[in-house]
Design a protein around this ligand. Structure first.
Ligand SMILES: O=c1nc[nH]c2c1ncn2[C@H]1C[C@H](O)[C@@H](COP(=O)(O)OP(=O)(O)OP(=O)(O)O)O1
Ligand SMILES: [Mg+2]
Length: 194
């Protein structure tokens, strides 16, 4: 039986990746926007708390199981910034281009460009689920000033993986999903749901 699942996100890039990643595991996935669920508040200082907030919000408004993703890029020379604030690093309205430009400017004076993407996924069976299923993933790279590639979303044109000689935005979807913080987290989550 396929289980209907709400993706508690409004981010088109994430939704595309989840559809690719979940297509094989027996879930029929629906973005919260299909149910007119508005964006949830993300008031917390940790990824996991924000993801739980988003998952419960979507489950409450739809009456269905929900999966939320809270993720971001953490730059070592900046003490882990922008981190949970990655989506609104350059303020409102949220803009990938403005966020990337601010991050590259903030890093200009730092020699250490190392960074990692981090993703927490939270799955709740219903809004008040006392046992949320939680998984995480991490993907190491470095920030480069000159954008490369047109795939992915967010900071991907500036997120360089030295071992591949490419930015995340230069990878195919399959290549990115095989390596990414989100792909790792989702595979771990699916194992826990088995
Ligand atoms: O694979 C990725 N490739 C590039 N950038 C990425 C990735 N994964 C997260 N990111 C960045 C985008 C955004 O600046 C922030 C997520 O913020 P986050 O609040 O989790 O998502 P969001 O507000 O865009 O959508 P929503 O909360 O509705 O899921 O990290
Ligand atoms: Mg968000």
């Amino acid at each position: 039986m396929t289980q209907r699942l709400i993706l508690a996100s409004n981010n088109a890039g994430k939704l595309k990746e989840f559809n690719e990643l979940l297509s094989t595991v027996g879930f029929s996935v629906h973005a919260q926007g299909e149910y007119n669920v508005p964006e949830a508040e993300e008031p917390h200082i940790t990824f996991v708390e924000n993801a739980l907030e988003k998952a419960r919000h979507a489950a409450r408004l739809t009456g269905l199981p929900a999966l939320a993703d809270d993720s971001g890029v953490c730059v070592n020379a900046l003490g882990g910034a922008p981190g949970v604030y990655s989506a609104r690093y350059a303020g409102e309205p949220k803009s990938d281009a403005a966020n990337s430009a601010k991050l590259i400017a903030d890093l200009a004076q730092h020699a250490d460009k190392s960074a990692y993407y981090y993703c927490v996924l939270v799955y709740v069976r219903h809004a008040d689920d006392p046992q949320p299923v939680i998984a995480e993933g991490r993907w190491n790279g470095e920030m480069i000033a000159e954008p490369r590639g047109h795939g992915g979303f967010g900071y991907d044109p500036h997120f360089y993986i030295a071992s591949l000689g490419k930015c995340a935005a230069e990878l195919t979807s399959d290549e990115k999903n095989a390596l990414s913080h989100r792909g790792q987290a989702l595979r771990a989550l699916v194992e826990k749901l088995r």
